[in-house]
Ligand binder design. Structure first.
Ligand code: PLP
Length: 411
């Protein structure tokens, strides 16, 4: 494979070498099933429980049993949402936002087909939610609120402390779940602190923090009741059937330790300097460029969602790919479709620019030179594509009158 410049860390991260090293023995000599009752297997069971205890401590959980190992954030999310509804079958109202990852949105749509009433909270132009809208939406019949912590496309951070608190104040019997997949390793978490104490369920994934794909975590606060989602054997304290994925669990604990140590050292936060450099340089060189979510009160330090009037995101991606740059258009799960991203639509980003959005997300191994090369290449690509765009006035270097027909806000 020719050299690539990877700027798509929100999609997935490379596996850190110390994570791989920690996992290797569990693919080789430590292959026994941790549920088996001989010495070599029981030692592996101890290793799994140590991994659980490490993660519990790093998340500020009270007891390791609050940590459930799953196969992905998508599974954790399904478990939290569907497991709650199964445990309380008489309540039929659920709340989420219009900008969630499909793991939540598609689950809600499926539940609507099963007769649940769903409220989708809207965001404003900055991608922000109104705490008051949530307050108005909660009823006696509301069993679950599911709101993401950090948006995967824009990096906008929701005030999860206020949102979970308002949920409990308005209906103490409503459960609160957050999809924290894009927050881990970027925002310090302590699930028993005042800030987080109203969150009942917390989902995340290994492959966003330099662990492998195919392993996730669901935090279930002690006392919160969930029906089993994956039925089978009595694994995971009888909360999830299926032999645990031992090497990946060991790798996840290692990755978690590293991410939290890093965050404490302030190293990842310094990526904000690179992110700001990227946005400033692009703005200097490209007219009619927008940073989606750029005016939000809080945004994680690694994500830039930018759009350019009058061109297609997919064409930009294709040109960037030819030069070895890996970025996303919209979320990784929707790229491949030419529909503008549901997140940008919800933010009322005009169609002319929503179509051209790309997401640049940086991480542990991103270097200044990578960004320098990127800010050199992208303006040239945008210029070339605009020259052949029917909506671009080449002489005046701005959108032409035809573009106006497409610039109305979308719903
Ligand atoms: N939630 C968010 C916010 C995400 O960004 C992703 C993955 O991109 C997921 C959920 C799904 O994670 P997984 O691939 O582990 O199922």
């Amino acid at each position: 494979m020719s050299k690539i410049i990877y700027l798509d860390y929100n999609s997935t991260t490379p596996i850190a070498s110390e994570v791989l090293d920690a996992m290797m023995p569990y693919f080789k000599e430590k292959y026994q099933n941790p549920s088996s009752k001989y010495q070599s297997a029981m030692e592996i069971s101890v290793d799994v429980e140590n991994a659980r205890a490490t993660i519990a401590k790093l998340l500020g959980a009270k007891v390791p049993e609050e940590i459930l190992f799953t196969g992905s954030a998508t599974e954790s999310i399904n478990h939290a949402i569907r497991g709650t509804l199964k445990a309380y079958p008489n309540k039929k109202h659920i709340i989420t936002t219009t900008v969630e990852h499909p793991a939540v949105l598609e689950t809600f749509k499926d539940l609507e087909r099963d007769g649940y009433r769903a409220t989708y909270l809207k965001v404003d132009h900055n991608g922000e939610l109104s705490v008051d809208d949530l307050k108005q939406a909660i009823t006696k019949d509301t069993i679950l609120v599911s709101i993401m912590y950090t948006n995967n496309e824009t990096g906008v951070v929701f005030p999860i402390d206020k949102l979970s608190k308002i949920t409990k104040e308005n209906n103490p019997e409503t459960f609160f779940h957050t999809d924290a997949t894009q927050a881990i390793g970027k925002i310090p978490i302590n699930l028993y602190s005042d800030e987080f104490k109203h969150i009942d369920f917390f989902s995340m994934s290994g492959h966003k923090i330099y662990a492998p794909k195919g392993v996730g975590i669901l935090f279930i606060r002690k006392g919160a009741r969930l029906r089993k989602f994956i039925t089978g054997g009595h694994h995971e304290f009888n909360k999830r059937g299926g032999t645990p994925n031992v090497p990946f669990i060991i790798g996840l604990a290692k990755a978690f330790e590293h991410s939290i140590d890093d965050l404490k050292s302030g190293k990842p936060q310094k990526l904000a300097v690179l992110r700001d450099f990227l946005e400033t340089e692009l703005k200097k060189k490209i007219p009619y460029m927008y940073v989606n979510g750029g005016n939000a009160k809080a945004r994680v330090f690694n994500t830039s969602n930018v759009s350019f009037d009058c061109i297609e995101g997919e064409s930009i991606l294709f040109q960037l790919d030819k030069l070895g740059f890996c970025v996303s258009s919209g979320s990784a799960c929707t790229s491949g479709s030419l529909e503008p991203s549901h997140v940008l639509r919800a933010m009322q980003v005009p169609l002319t620019s929503a179509h051209s959005s790309i997401r640049i997300s940086i991480g542990r191994y991103t270097k200044k030179e990578d960004i320098e090369m990127f800010v050199d290449a992208l303006p040239k690509i945008v210029k070339r594509l605009r020259e052949i765009s029917p909506f671009w006035d080449k002489k005046l270097n701005k959108p032409n009158e035809m573009a106006a027909h497409y610039s109305c806000p979308t719903d």
